[in-house]
Structure formats: C-alpha cells, structure tokens
Design a protein around this ligand. Structure first.
Ligand code: FES
Length: 82
C-alpha cells in the first residue's frame, strides 16, 4: 500500500504520496505558482522540473530557500513561498 501524508503550504493542507517532491505534490494539488519574479512580479512555480532553473524555490520549515522539484516532501513539512 502506498504511504500518503500531508504537508502544509501557506496554511493549506496538501496531500503527498511518499516519494513525491514538494514541487510534484504542489502541482498535483493544483498549485501552479508560488512565487513571483523580482522584476515584474510574474508568477513562477515548476518550470524545468530537474533542478536547473531555480523557478521553484520554496522555504521548508523556515529554512533557506531550496528547489521544490528536487526536495522530497516529508510528513508535516511547512512550506512557504520565498
Ligand atoms: S523547476 Fe527548475 S529548478 Fe525546480
């Protein structure tokens, strides 16, 4: 049986299948963008999905920003936009 748990993104519970990246979980929950560009305020979320573009930065449990596409979700993670 597949393990499932939840993370919290900006106060919203997001379901996760064990092994998913934060980016995959957010995308599967219909969350397509979670930060904006410094200039122009354009929305950003997953783009390359392989750790190259840095468009997917998030803060996890108050730590420094990391790439959501490369970070495996853990039960209870508190994720916020950077
Ligand atoms: S989506 Fe490009 S680095 Fe994560």
């Amino acid at each position: 049986m597949t393990e499932r748990f939840e993370i919290v993104f900006e106060g919203r519970a997001v379901p996760v299948v064990a092994g998913q990246s934060l980016g995959a979980a957010l995308h599967a929950a219909g969350i397509r963008s979670w930060r904006t560009t410094r200039f122009g305020g354009r929305p950003r979320g997953l783009f390359c999905g392989i750790g190259v573009c840095f468009d997917c930065l998030v803060s996890v449990n108050g730590a420094a920003p990391e790439r959501a596409c490369l970070t495996e979700a853990a039960p209870g993670d508190e994720v916020s936009a950077t």
